[in-house]
Design a protein around this ligand. Structure first.
Ligand code: GDP
Ligand code: MG
Length: 172
């Protein structure tokens, strides 16, 4: 019998170059590209994953330069179940800008119970500027899930999406 797999809309946001597209590509196609071209507009990927013996399908929306595509924003956020807020652990500026992205969520998200996951990416690199503790503390203060990862080495990627799915399933 054909099973009804629940579908969830997931967005990635955060400063440009933090690795949003790389995270999606690693998760959906298991590839990594050192010289990724800048994402233009919005792209999306569909991926089914299993959590607690249940299958869920994620429709993952990846974007770039929302500043230049303001008109797209409200449709981008509309109905999202989960938001992955990404920064680069080697660029403090991208961590400082998280509050800007939280304000965007506040303004545009249509669900009050949208699940937020904070992701510190590029932990494979030597020149870290933001500690794990700082990320964890900020996530805690804003009621977000938290994980550090590397799209390059894969560490944390699968776990990030699984934790998000898990939380979405337990959120009414
Ligand atoms: P986006 O603008 O947020 O979508 O960022 P991209 O996915 O386009 O990545 C920007 C640059 O960072 C690209 O050159 C990627 O190859 C690189 N990058 C992304 N994730 C990682 C990572 O985990 N480790 C390292 N070393 N480089 C990464
Ligand atoms: Mg991109």
């Amino acid at each position: 019998m054909e099973q009804n797999i629940p579908q969830y809309k997931i967005l990635l946001i955060g400063d440009s170059d933090v690795g949003k597209t790389s995270i999606v590509k690693r998760f959906s196609d298991d590839i990594f590209d050192e010289d990724l071209l800048c994402t233009i507009g919005v792209e999306y990927k569909v991926k089914t994953l299993k959590v607690d013996d249940k299958e869920v399908t994620f429709n993952i929306w990846d974007t770039a330069g929302q500043e230049k595509f303001r008109a797209l924003i409200s449709s981008y956020y509309r109905g999202a179940h989960g938001i992955i807020l990404t920064y680069d652990v080697t660029k403090r500026e991208t961590f400082k800008n998280l509050q800007y992205w939280l304000n965007e969520i506040e303004t545009f998200s249509t669900r009050s119970n949208v699940v937020k996951l904070l992701v510190g990416n590029k932990i494979d690199k030597e020149n870290r500027e933001v500690t794990r503790e700082e990320g964890l503390e900020f996530a805690r203060s804003k009621a977000m899930l938290f994980i550090e990862c590397s799209a390059k080495t894969k560490v944390g990627i699968q776990q990030a999406f699984e934790e998000l799915a898990h939380k979405i399933l337990e959120t009414p």
